[in-house]
Design a protein around this ligand. Structure first.
Ligand code: C5P
Length: 397
């Protein structure tokens, strides 16, 4: 499936760069065209001649090379590929990417490109675990950059831990996944997930037991089918999937704003457990037991995001899917909810305490559409997500 695909491979300055030589071979074996870019630090680890010879291509090294610029300008170079791969992605390269710096050829290409990017981080374990790198990683993921690895194991520096670059074949698999033409390639899908937190004062809030597991699995399954996924998530227990655009919010109102900003989309899946009410006037200072006594909270209804999007006259996604977490009369309530919220499908589930569904790993759902109700057997949340993603692909055609 890589035959004829064009990979722009940026090799950063880390000891793992030696594995990138093998990566070039593996990619070419599969018929990919590899255009290599070597950073100045990368040249300390592998030679320009090795890279160029293995790639069977001209090597690009210098932003200000007049010859290169005349032949193919750096902006054009950033756009020729089907995928930009950074391997090894050093802490420095990741920081530059996260900060939008463009002070050498590699960072300029990464800022100028409109092509999907996959990074294979490699660095010392302490560097990988440093708060700055973790911040940068979160930023890059939120920007929709896909990440493969790193693996855990012995490091060239003698330490042990996460930070080893993924093996060439693992990177090849990640590249294939990114380039796979799925049934949802070219489609944009919005997914909401997780609970919302509604503040009482700066330290207290009202929340619910949603873990975000089902919404996260749906976003992952849609992305695996090739969709461009915008993932709007409240404070969830599980990390967001790789390779999707993550918008993290706290409250229902913030979620509504993020959803509006994410539209238009071909389909929207509202898996978030949005709080129905917020405290009418949350205090901007911590309430004191001694001074304020027992608070009498009053509530205001939150915007219903699903109903709002379903009712849009202009820019309504072709397929709007809501969830109905119910504890009794599931089918009846969910069927009524579909009509009340004017969404196309409702995924209904029974979240009664005995079911272990809320916060658990399995789900048993009924899919309700205008053609009726369909019970799915109890299965893994990932399996529910895959089945739903396949249905969405079918419906969008
Ligand atoms: O009304 P109820 O909360 O049971 O409806 C559930 C569905 O509506 C879910 O899809 C949920 O994501 C969505 N919803 C929403 N905004 C709200 C409340 C619920 O999008 N304020």
């Amino acid at each position: 499936m890589l035959a004829g695909k064009h990979i722009l491979l940026i090799i950063g300055g880390g000891i793992a760069a030696f594995k990138s030589l093998d990566l070039i071979r593996r990619l070419r074996e599969r018929g990919a065209v590899v255009t290599p870019v070597l950073t100045l630090a990368g040249e300390e680890f592998v030679t320009p001649l090795s890279v160029s010879a293995l790639a069977g291509s001209k090597l690009y090294r210098d932003l200000f090379d007049l010859g290169d610029e005349a032949e193919m300008g750096h902006i054009q170079l950033s756009r020729v590929a089907d995928l930009v791969v950074v391997a090894p992605a050093t802490a420095d390269l990741m920081a530059k990417m996260a900060g939008g710096l463009a002070n050498d050829l590699a960072s300029t290409l990464l800022l100028a490109t409109d092509t999907p990017v996959l990074i294979a981080p490699a660095m010392n374990v302490r560097m990988w675990q440093h708060a700055a790198t973790l911040r940068n990683l979160a930023t890059l993921k939120a920007d929709g950059i896909a990440v493969v690895g790193p693996n855990e194991g012995d490091m060239a520096c003698g330490e042990f831990g996460p930070g080893r670059m993924s093996e060439p074949l693992e990177i090849v698999a990640a590249i294939e996944a990114r380039l796979s033409d799925g049934p949802l390639t070219g489609r944009r899908v919005l997914v909401t997930s997780g609970p919302t937190h509604e503040p009482i004062d700066p330290v207290r809030y009202i929340a619910n037991r949603s873990s975000g597991a089902q919404g996260t699995a749906i976003a992952r399954a849609l992305s695996a089918l090739g969709a461009e996924v915008v993932f709007v998530t409240g404070p969830a227990d599980v990390p967001p999937p790789d390779g999707v655009e993550v918008v993290a919010v706290q409250t229902a109102q913030q979620m509504l704003e993020a959803v509006e900003a994410a539209l238009p989309a071909d389909a929207a899946v509202f898996a978030a457990a949005v709080a129905d009410w917020r405290v009418t006037s949350a205090s901007d200072r911590k309430l004191k037991k001694t001074k304020d006594g027992i608070p009498a909270l009053t509530f205001t209804e939150n915007p219903d995001i699903l109903r709002h999007v379903s009712g849009l006259k202009k820019g309504r996604p072709a397929l709007v899917i809501g969830f109905a977490a119910e504890t009794d009369d599931v089918l009846e309530n969910a069927t009524a909810k579909r009509l009340r919220k004017s969404c196309d499908w409702i995924v209904a589930n029974d979240v009664s305490p005995g079911t272990g569904i809320m916060g658990g790993t399995e789900n048993a759902v009924t899919l309700i559409s205008d053609t009726g109700a369909e019970d799915w057997p109890r299965m893994d949340k990932a399996a529910v997500a895959k089945k739903l993603a396949a249905r969405i692909a079918e419906a969008l055609g």
